[in-house]
Design a protein around this ligand. Sequence first.
Ligand SMILES: NC(=O)C1=CN([C@@H]2O[C@H](COP(=O)(O)OP(=O)(O)OC[C@H]3O[C@@H](n4cnc5c(N)ncnc54)[C@H](O)[C@@H]3O)[C@@H](O)[C@H]2O)C=CC1
Ligand SMILES: O=C(O)CCC(=O)C(=O)O
Length: 466
Amino acid sequence: MTLPSSHFRSQTTTTAVFASAPSTPNHLRSRVMPTSTPATPAAVPAANPDGTGSSDTPSVRRERQGSFGGSQRAKILKPFNTANIKILLLENVNETAVSALRAQGYQVETHAKALPEDELIEKIRDIHCVGIRSKTKLTRKVLDAAEKLGGIAVFNSPFSNSRSVAELVLAEIVLLSRQLGDRNREMHEGIWSKVSSNCYEIRGKTLGIVGYGHIGSQLSVLAESMGMRVYFHDVVPLMPLGTSKQVSSLDELLSVSDFVTLHVPETEETKNMIGERELNLMKQGSFLINASRGTIVQIPALAKALRSGHIGGAAVDVFPKEPAANGKFFESELLGCPNTLLTPHIGGSTEEAQSMIGVEVSQALIKFINYGTSIGAVNFPEVDLRAIKDEENSIRLCYTHMNVPGVLMRITNILADHNVDKQFSDSKGKIAYLMADISDVTPEQIQDIYRRVSETPTNIVTRVLY
Ligand SMILES: NC(=O)C1=CN([C@@H]2O[C@H](COP(=O)(O)OP(=O)(O)OC[C@H]3O[C@@H](n4cnc5c(N)ncnc54)[C@H](O)[C@@H]3O)[C@@H](O)[C@H]2O)C=CC1
Ligand SMILES: O=C(O)CCC(=O)C(=O)O
């Protein structure tokens, strides 16, 4: 994700996003929720570098401390009153995230549902950070309304719910093979229908996995432990786990599999990946599972193949259009199709997964807000420095800027007369990010560095942590 140029405003806040949903097409991606963090000019240090009346608990202080691996203590950075930071958590983001963020002193507002665009526009005005799952749409209009927005760092959780999805799919393989959905419905309708024709064990059957990333590879191991033969197709060559095998094309995978399961991200290449042609390539009576993204499968084609009996059953967890909230009306051409399991995007919805996501993403966010560390960001240069020395007159400069020539020379000139202990910068697309730890600076010099850096023409966001 690159930042739209309209967000290249020079101001003293940054916005970070953390969410639970993946946004890039590889296993290195993380999961995200939106957030922004301030270092207001008033928070740029005067006499008292903390000057915030903040109330870290001892455990928070220990967590924030880090280590030099020697006797020297790492500095606890806190350049602003954390109580000024406003975080909006939507879609029931887990309590683990709420409590971790509140423990930092941030103001945290929670909502059980996604908010419609107009409400989000109102809410986001003074929000520094927003946390979402898969329903919220952070449209350009919404982002433009975020007045504290200077740049967006997005943090997500790349694999905390992978196991949950893999387990659900494994269960669905058995359920489809035994027509459990239909038998269960009939029993609830008072119909006793004991049948064995077209019901199979999964042992010895072939599972075809499309996309061998976090979920696909985990499923591969589980399926082999149930006696299945596993083939997979991926756009990159990958080490097969167990005795699984990578095949050279999607068509080949479709034609040899008894079950085909989709675990690819939504990209231009994967949209409508499975349509009439691909379904026709699948074996008569084989099964299709989609717990990836709704746009990967052409629903009318699948409904037709299910009704004709060419496809023996399907399990679908994700849809091209999903209702915005629980209790809302759901419509699909798949309703009433034979041996078809429909679930409301619950692949990652387990207590374990949601709790892990809450912990992982809130920690990434706290590190970004409090230390400037952007490790794990999916759209933003990943920069970290070893802990800053615990000295009163040392600061950390965090400079998010446009990725154009000449910037480092300007910064070097500004810092020329100072003692720069360490410095690192990296870029991603149009954005670059520089962190520098500087020691022996007076409050006046800090003000001066802050002013000069934030006035550079390439400035997006400048923060000084101390
Ligand atoms: N139903 C649910 O609740 C959940 C759904 N998901 C979805 O599952 C999907 C997979 O997630 P992960 O395994 O974590 O992703 P991942 O990024 O770890 O793996 C995706 C794999 O797909 C491969 N790939 C990309 N484009 C491809 C193409 N055109 N053809 C073949 N392979 C291709 C990549 O090389 C990668 O190995 C994502 O769409 C994700 O959003 C993830 C978690 C929960
Ligand atoms: O659980 C959610 O809200 C979204 C899960 C999902 O689809 C994902 O992580 O990609």
